[in-house]
Design a binder for this molecule. Structure first.
Ligand code: 9WN
Length: 461
């Protein structure tokens, strides 16, 4: 689809929100957000709140960018992977020169690490491994574009494959401790769902020490209502974990052995499983080493089994595992639907999850503006429709489920999520997240990954 650069607004009688953009105008606005957030070197995650490159944001952004400019989409992912650590880790933030975000590069102090990149400053943790999914999507889009785009996208997919393999290998080598088989995270930020109630129990055991250097938050000055963001107490814990890692010289073995927070993350594990599947497909197509393809197949199987093995015997919902306390975490959030992303759960569990997803506890809740999963069920105690990862809806999470459902052949379900995602975002603000009943955009506006997934939805056949 050619994106129309002119935009018009259209009110609709009875709408809960005053402004609604028809699809071509919405696509034009989304394209403008991506262009405006482009520093020339990277597309920042958001103009004011997140003025750097984030790992999983960059993957989603490249998918949207491919709809506008395949070359630019490729270069975004190349920039991220140029910051890949020598041990294979893809860092969660690649810093620009902007100093409006805290914690910035000085606080992370990753120079103490042996494996960090030399030419660029990064954080010292990772984020969900959705990059293979992005590469495949860019390839698909490139192939439907010009002959030059097709050739570039194919060359790119072939050339970046070893880096993706190294990244997946790092997750297996360093982040699958314990017998659950789940990929472990050492900071809530690695989950991408920072202060989800999923992490309340393990975070309660994180005791910030007296040696926590003082700090001043910047996020609460930018977001209009600070209560939508994590609390100061939560930030103390986030910062303490960074302090522990810095003191460990970002040595992964030491961190996994000693850090105060170590949790098997079922959502990350499900994404890893399906991203391994995608890498296997790309690897076979581009003639990559058979033994590496076999590794990926094995990792995908193990990860899928770990996700299935985490499901609660009554609810069917997948669970994270606190690897320090050695117990399952039963908090029900959107991550409980992880088996639907990667498959592998027994049929009866899958059916249970699908009917739960459709029920009034989730997408079928009668008061939702758009029938897409909120981060926490509106029926759960502790649900907060405005607070970070504790109730609002995230368009990128909706995109992941719609993409996975399409891949699994559930076209009607995928279409419904896509339509719901467009409805949620048709006010044209490209919020970071949305209040599920009113559709009010919260957090940042002009958030790049929101604009990107909307573009992908609007440009899909
Ligand atoms: C910390 C950039 C990132 C997203 C995360 C989201 C939020 C950062 C923050 O913003 O996290 O990494 O400062 O809150 O939770 O998923 O990648 O958009």
């Amino acid at each position: 689809m050619t994106v129309d650069a002119t935009s018009t607004t259209e009110g609709a009688p009875g709408d809960r929100r005053p402004v609604r953009y028809p699809e071509p105008a919405l696509a034009a606005r989304a394209a403008r957000v991506l262009r405006d957030n482009d520093t020339g070197a990277v597309i920042t995650a958001a103009p004011r709140l997140y003025p750097h490159m984030w790992s999983w944001d960059a993957a989603f952004i490249s998918i949207g960018l491919a709809r506008l400019d395949v070359q630019r989409a490729i270069s975004e992912l190349q920039t991220l992977f140029r910051a890949q650590w020598r041990n294979g880790m893809v860092p969660h933030i690649v810093f620009t020169e902007n100093d409006a975000y805290f914690p910035g590069p000085d606080r992370w102090g990753t120079e103490v690490a042996h494996d960090g990149p030399q030419h660029v400053r990064t954080s010292g943790i990772c984020q969900p491994p959705v990059h293979a999914i992005a590469v495949q999507r860019v390839l698909e889009i490139g192939r439907r574009s010009s002959a030059a785009d097709r050739a570039d996208a194919e060359r790119f997919a072939r050339d970046i494959w070893p880096s993706l393999y190294a990244w997946h290998r790092w997750l297996v080598e360093y982040r699958t401790p314990g017998s659950s088989g789940l990929i472990a995270i050492v900071h809530g930020w690695e989950s991408g769902m920072d202060n989800s109630p999923r992490w309340d129990v393990p975070y309660a055991a994180v005791q910030p020490g007296a040696g926590l250097p003082p700090y001043v938050r910047k996020d609460v000055r930018i977001v209009g209502d600070p209560s939508e963001r994590p609390s100061d107490r939560e930030y103390d814990r986030y910062l303490w974990l960074i302090e522990e890692m810095r003191r460990a010289g970002y040595d992964q073995r030491k961190i996994v052995r000693n850090s105060s927070f170590l949790v098997g993350d079922v959502f990350v594990t499900a994404l890893f499983a399906v991203a391994c599947d995608v890498l296997v497909e790309l690897g076979k197509e581009f003639g990559q080493a058979p033994e590496e393809i076999a590794d990926l197949q094995e990792w995908a199987d193990n990860a899928r089994a770990a996700v299935a093995g985490s499901c609660h015997s009554v609810s069917g919902m997948a669970r994270d595992r606190d690897l320090r306390a050695n117990r399952w975490l039963d908090t029900q959030t959107v991550a409980g639907f992880s088996p639907l992303l990667c498959g592998g759960a027994p049929d009866e569990v899958q059916l249970k999850l699908l009917s739960l997803l459709d029920s009034d506890r989730w997408c079928g809740h009668p008061e939702l503006l758009a029938p897409v999963p909120p981060s926490v069920s509106p029926m759960r105690p502790g649900f907060n429709p405005r607070q970070y990862w504790r109730g609002p809806q995230w368009p990128v999470v909706v995109w992941l489920f719609s993409w996975a459902f399409e891949r699994r052949g559930w076209h009607e379900r995928a279409r419904k999520l896509r339509d719901g995602g467009v409805k949620l975002t048709e006010d044209g603000s490209f919020g970071e997240y949305y209040e599920p009943f009113t559709g009010e955009p919260l957090g940042s506006t002009d958030q790049s990954w929101t604009a990107a997934v909307v573009l992908d939805w609007l440009c899909s056949d």
